[in-house]
Design a protein around this ligand. Structure first.
Ligand SMILES: *[C@@H]1O[C@H](CO)[C@@H](O)[C@H](O)[C@H]1NC(C)=O
Ligand SMILES: *[C@@H]1O[C@H](CO)[C@@H](O)[C@H](O)[C@H]1NC(C)=O
Ligand SMILES: *[C@@H]1O[C@H](CO)[C@@H](O)[C@H](O)[C@H]1NC(C)=O
Ligand SMILES: *[C@@H]1O[C@H](CO)[C@@H](O)[C@H](O)[C@H]1NC(C)=O
Length: 732
């Protein structure tokens, strides 16, 4: 199949976007707005489609199921809703009017007018990757401030609540709850029947949700049925400090957990009312160990806090500093990414939170009961394509984001994979695909029946292991797991030049033999092992593998070329086929130059001729594409016009108003529709590695990373074996 060459005739920026929004949106109105997005289980979004104000719809979990989160404000006795879509038949209120919306890498900020007062509603989900305690805290902030717009003083009270929908994937289940008072007010809610390490509709069925605020003058609370509690505030502007102890199903007269803050008379802008929302469980992860048993692992923050109450107290009192750090981080990310383009900066800002919210940082206990912070493993949930853990070909496209924020997170993700495979429990000679079919159980695949992507995953592990060592100077992995790395290299030497019929990471496209792009992955993997051998002091082995890789490149060029001479094929011998050759990105990442530059220039010219209205198709089998692979390709094309074609396409898709799902990486280039994700059955292997969060994000940051120092700072940079590449600014 061949597509019409419309790219240059039909510029990607030509169509107006389909937004029907009545507020100003900066940098644009995304498919879904991150509200509280920090872990696979703390993931609250505001679905947009063509546009929805903060008080038009309910926030949802990433799956699309509602998370009750309501907000009202009273101004001079008149009530307005500002958050969620509550229905309170027994009380009178109107909707505040959304004036603006803005997102950064960590914040989503709304301004709504409620009569003479403007409310600024800030949702902050910190990204603090270099601080393992802070990054691991499964909490986010909601901050609401009010300002008089007419110079007069106005009486203002602010209300918000969450429902018990935050603790289960089944609203028929029974929840219980409690409220603690003291210097902090905390509502805690959980399922009455707990189920450790167990998910239902992607919600964890274990642990508790917490909704908290500082117990300052003017704060009141209430728990009870949604209509009664909300009517109480709407009618009275305050809550009676009462508790509903009639524990019942989540959907039975919907219990809600509410706070009201009396701001008294407001003239200028107030300091914000700050509320935290979070979800805590312990233990968090079950992980297979040598001998075939399992261990229970806990989230890293426990090393610092012995109770959720201590954690919440610290988190709430840290708000001002946390916001200051977030702003500095946002500015740094924006500065780095804006060097590429404004569109690129917008994509990156939308991607970062969601990427980091797919991981959890874990530790174990020593025999004496103290925390062992020397035993850190990070786990990643594939999310939406399925619930696989630490999927190697999902970590690979996430890799640039990890390098940019903290390469150690990448090391700890790989460590979980290396450690398991070093036990010998995994029987295959190639790298495993994932650590377990279903988060949060990392049980490995002792039967070897994981979703086989032998060349893909073996190449990925070698590339990422070397990349980490290059970036950090830390050679501990390549030393400790040298045997595994060499084993995977032997497999690549046998199977990567002529890849057997197998899946690549794009498994939703099916099996294919002789995949051109997959062979590149394998060959770069072999070259990576040659570099690893060099670093480890075995130059003979290094030279041998290097010459094998060079020989394979020569032979690959003949096998992979189209007879037209215009492009590489999708698979050997199929001259009319082509695809995004995104695996060449790994060559640039590792600073190799084994593939001739003529390949890059040829592909760059070709992509421009096959663009569809919303992007460049992944390959000739379909018209869909992947945002991560588009950005990987954007990072290696040889001119800025091609680079901006890819970036502009992703931005156009993300801002088109077509989707209402959290930023999805798999979409249709003809009309910008998001593909798959929520609508597909869980664990559909053919859906593949299409994790919106990880993928989109990863790629983008990649390019950012190329342009800036790591956030780790100059100290760590000095110890790097290789300096960061500047792919996008260097001519190839
Ligand atoms: C709620 O249920 C949990 C789990 O069964 C139990 O541990 C807890 O004591 C209960 N809390 C209340 C307030 O009843
Ligand atoms: C793969 O390519 C090789 C080399 O051209 C060829 O010999 C082999 O038949 C191809 N395999 C398939 C399944 O097409
Ligand atoms: C190079 O490596 C290959 C694959 O491991 C091996 O078969 C071959 O003997 C090696 N050659 C030399 C000269 O060491
Ligand atoms: C990349 O490799 C080349 C040699 O091929 C070397 O001259 C250059 O310094 C390397 N770049 C970095 C950033 O390490």
């Amino acid at each position: 199949m061949k597509f019409p060459s419309i790219g240059t005739l039909f510029p990607f920026f030509f169509l107006p976007s389909a937004q029907a929004i009545t507020w100003t949106a900066a940098p644009f109105n995304p498919p879904s707005i991150p509200l509280a997005v920090r872990t696979p289980y703390l993931s609250a979004w505001l679905p947009q489609g063509p546009g929805a104000a903060l008080n038009d719809v309910w926030p949802t979990f990433w799956t699309g199921s509602i998370l009750g989160w309501a907000g009202f404000v009273k101004v001079d006795g008149k009530a307005y809703s500002f958050l969620g879509a509550p229905n309170v038949p027994s009380a009178t209120f109107t909707k505040a009017v959304q004036k603006s919306f803005q997102f950064t890498s960590t914040q989503s900020i709304f301004v709504l007018s409620a009569g003479p007062v403007d409310l600024t509603v800030t949702f902050l989900s910190p990204v603090e990757a270099t601080d393992l305690v802070k990054q691991s805290i499964p909490f986010a902030y909601l901050a609401v401030s009010a300002a008089s717009m007419d110079g007069a003083a106005h009486s203002v009270q602010v209300y918000s609540d969450i429902s018990a929908e935050w603790v289960s994937g089944n609203n028929a289940l029974i929840a219980n709850w409690s409220t603690t008072t003291g210097s902090i007010l905390t509502h805690q809610v959980q399922l009455q029947t707990q189920s450790v390490f167990s998910e239902l509709n992607d919600h964890i069925q274990h642990g508790s949700a917490f909704y908290s605020t500082s117990n300052i003058p003017g704060v009141t609370y209430q728990t009870g049925g949604d209509i009664a509690v909300r009517a109480q505030f709407i009618n009275n502007g305050r809550l009676p400090n009462t508790r509903d102890t009639n524990f019942r199903a989540i959907q039975d007269n919907w219990p809600v957990f509410a706070f009201a803050h009396d701001l008294d008379m407001v003239t200028g802008a107030t300091t914000p009312v700050v509320v935290s929302v979070g979800h805590v469980r312990d233990p968090a992860i079950r992980y297979v160990v040598a001998g075939g048993g399992t261990q229970s692992r806990s989230v890293y923050f426990w090393s610092q806090f012995s109770t959720p109450a201590a954690l919440i107290s610290s988190f709430l009192s840290d708000f001002d500093n946390s916001l200051a750090r977030a702003k500095a981080f946002d500015n740094k990310v924006n500065l780095d990414s804006s060097k590429i383009s404004i569109d690129y900066a917008a994509i990156v800002a939308l991607s970062l939170r969601q990427a980091l919210a797919t991981i959890e940082i874990t530790i174990t206990k020593n025999n004496d009961g103290t925390w062992n912070t020397g035993d850190v493993l990070v786990f990643m949930k594939e999310i939406s394509s399925n619930g696989n853990m630490n999927t190697v070909d999902v970590i690979f496209p996430a890799w640039p984001g990890l390098l940019y924020t903290n390469p150690l997170l990448g090391k700890y993700l790989l460590e979980a994979l290396f450690r398991y495979q070093a036990t010998g429990l995994y029987p295959n000679k190639w790298s495993i695909h994932d650590l377990g079919a279903s988060y949060p159980q990392a049980l490995g695949h002792n039967d070897g029946n994981d979703e086989a992507m032998p060349v893909e995953e073996s190449g990925n592990m070698l590339i990422m292991a070397l990349s980490y060592a290059q970036r950090t100077g830390d050679t501990s992995h390549i030393i400790q797991y040298n045997k595994l790395l060499d084993q995977w290299t032997q497999f690549l030497i046998t199977d990567s030049l002529i890849p057997a019929n197998q899946l690549s990471t794009d498994d939703f496209a099916g099996h294919l033999a002789n995949q051109t792009n997959l062979a590149i992955k394998g060959i770069i993997g072999i070259k990576a092992m040659s570099q690893i051998a060099q670093i480890l002091g075995d130059p003979a082995k290094g030279a041998n593998y290097s010459s094998i890789a060079a020989d394979y490149v020569t032979r690959w060029q003949k096998l992979a070329a189209s007879s037209t001479g215009q492009h590489l094929t999708l698979s050997y011998g199929d001259s009319s086929s082509w695809g995004l050759v995104y695996n060449l990105y790994a060559e640039k990442l590792l600073n190799f130059s084994i593939f001739p530059s003529s390949i890059y220039t040829m592909q760059t010219a070709w992509y421009k001729t096959v663009a569809q209205p919303f992007g460049i198709p992944l390959d000739t089998r379909h018209t869909y594409t992947k945002t991560d692979w588009e950005i990987y390709t954007a990072a290696i094309v040889t001119d800025n016009a091609a680079r901006d074609l890819f970036i502009g396409s992703v931005k156009k898709y993300a801002s088109s108003g077509v989707s209402s799902q959290p930023f999805g990486d798999w979409y249709e280039t003809t009309d910008g529709r998001a593909q798959g994700f929520r609508a597909r059955p869980v664990a559909g292997g053919h859906l593949g590695k299409v994790s919106w969060a990880i993928r989109c994000l990863s790629f983008l940051i990649t390019s950012v990373d190329e342009l800036s120092d790591s956030l780790l700072g100059s100290v760590n940079l000095q110890s790097m074996l290789l300096k960061p590449l500047e792919v996008l600014t260097l001519p190839l």
